[in-house]
Design a protein around this ligand. Structure first.
Ligand SMILES: NC(=O)c1ccc[n+]([C@@H]2O[C@H](COP(=O)([O-])OP(=O)(O)OC[C@H]3O[C@@H](n4cnc5c(N)ncnc54)[C@H](O)[C@@H]3O)[C@@H](O)[C@H]2O)c1
Length: 461
């Protein structure tokens, strides 16, 4: 047994998955939930089915607004605070009082108790709703302008967390989830509603609440982010928890097709698909700007597959990148341990090399697209000797910027702050890509776990 965790909102979508994972990892879990009426009780009970009765799990059916929290906190070392009243549209009007109670007052009660009975770490679920109606990728230091009462309550809770951290030295990490999806997703959420509507051949209601410009995050990644946030010694402040879209697009397209087969037009998903495409274009336009245009430039691509350890290039952003580069008249060379043959057959104009050094020889710029270990672990100084230009775009945020700069490259990351980007890069505009579990956000926390001086600075305390 590693320790005891308190999971608030344990019967909810995210809370129930978190409990399951913590128990799998050998933790004891005390779960608190009051079974609010935002969706039927039987669904929440079903959410808990996987943990109910497991040794090490205790359920307390209580409200954080009333429970005696001090004795509870005395038994735990980490608090995962997931309890809240979610939902954007329902937060207007009469129900706002409930949002204030469950999202702000409940958090404040928990923080008060945690300050008196210090816990090692409190991880608090926040939301991308704190950003409001922004378009394009957003970094943690993006403007905080909620456009719903729900967003206001989540921002207030987050700011209370920062305040207690500052005033009382409480160790708090807030995770801004970007639309979490997966098994047990809340019945009011878009993907759940779409699938249900398609399966029951019902018409779809699509609300223009701005959520279509948001990222989507697999539940297991959101859970991993929680565990890392609890463990990483240097984690503090706020982190975006999103995905960024390099695999999910195929699911979005599958769902669009399924809808079409049933005579339904899924506008919202089509917008998501557009956003996924825009992200690559936005990234490439910054890259082209740094090079003063792409025509006649020699660009070396390191990695082609959509993720390491596969030869699957079907959903790989590299295909769109190659198309754009060739259209602009760039000369493209590439290295990938497994994906080169497929790419070569699709794009004979791409020169596929047997080693990264061969691919990079004479290149004006290098673009890292897949975080294969053999690419991450390259001797970057040796690589710098063979390239002609010195611009390196790390589209996966997989490298340590300082080490790359020491090797003599101009490092461009995606979504890193000014300091991380060396200025003038994509982070310079403060429009960083979303932190992706399995990639940036989690990587960010993993870095922090490995190295107490957290890599990149989260916004806030
Ligand atoms: N699901 C998402 O995509 C998403 C996105 C952004 C943020 N969030 C945040 O993540 C957290 C979990 O969301 P979810 O989707 O699992 O919601 P959910 O409604 O499924 O789970 C929340 C749970 O908290 C419980 N709860 C509410 N108030 C309580 C109180 N005062 N005392 C005890 N229990 C209480 C509810 O009964 C519910 O079971 C919330 O804080 C939400 O704001 C979720």
């Amino acid at each position: 047994m590693m320790g005891t965790a308190l999971v608030t909102g344990c019967a909810g979508f995210i809370g129930s998955h978190l409990c399951e994972r913590l128990l799998d990892e050998g933790e004891r879990v005390i779960g608190v939930d009051v079974f609010t009426a935002n969706y039927p009780r039987w669904i929440k009970q079903r959410n808990l089915a996987a943990v109910a009765g497991r040794p090490g799990f205790t359920l307390l059916e209580q409200s954080l607004l009333e429970a005696d929290l001090r004795p509870l906190l005395q038994q735990v070392d980490v608090v995962y605070h997931q309890a809240a009243l979610p939902g954007v549209r329902t937060s207007w009007g009469q129900s706002f009082g409930d949002y204030v109670s469950h999202n702000i007052l409940a958090t404040q009660r928990l923080l008060e108790a945690a300050r008196e009975v210090p816990v090692r770490r409190l991880v608090c679920a926040s939301s991308s709703s704190v950003y409001g109606g922004m378009t394009g990728p957003v970094g943690e230091d993006g403007p905080l302008r909620p456009i719903s009462p729900y967003g206001v309550t989540k921002l207030s809770a987050e700011q209370l967390c920062q305040l207690y951290a500052l005033q009382f030295g409480l160790s708090v990490v807030c995770l801004r989830y970007f639309t979490v999806f997966g098994p047990r997703q809340r019945p009011d959420m878009a993907i759940h509603r779409f699938i249900r509507a398609v399966l029951h051949r019902q018409p779809l209601t699509v609300y223009g609440d701005g959520e279509q410009t948001r990222d989507f995050t697999l539940i297991h990644d959101a859970v991993t982010a929680n565990l890392l946030a609890a463990q990483a010694p240097g984690a503090r402040g706020v982190y975006n928890i999103g995905y960024g879209g390099s695999c999910f697009p195929k699911d979005v397209r599958a769902l669009i097709r399924l809808g079409q087969e049933h005579g339904l037009v899924l506008d919202l998903l089509q917008k998501v698909e557009q956003v996924n495409q825009t992200q690559v274009e936005w990234c490439m336009s910054k890259f082209a700007g740094r090079l003063g245009g792409l025509s006649g430039r020699r660009i070396a691509l390191l990695g082609l597959t959509f993720k390491p350890h596969t030869d699957d290039i079907r959903e790989a952003p590299s295909l769109r990148v190659i198309q754009m580069l060739l259209q602009e008249g760039a000369l493209v060379s590439a290295f990938d341990p497994k994906g080169a043959t497929h790419v070569q057959s699709l794009y004979p104009a791409v020169r596929c090399a047997a080693t990264p050094y061969e691919a990079a020889a004479g290149a004006d710029a290098v673009l890292l697209l897949t975080e294969w270990p053999q690419i991450i672990g390259l001797d970057w100084q040796a690589l710098r000797q063979v390239v002609q230009g010195n611009v390196l775009l790390d589209a996966r945020n997989a490298l340590q910027p300082e080490a790359i700069r020491r090797a003599g490259f101009q490092y461009m990351g995606v979504g890193r702050g000014v300091a991380e980007d060396g200025g003038g890069g994509m982070g310079h505009e403060r429009r960083g890509a979303l932190c992706r579990p399995g990639n940036p956000a989690t990587a960010f926390l993993v870095f922090a776990a490995k190295d107490t001086a957290a890599c990149g600075k989260p916004a806030g305390a």
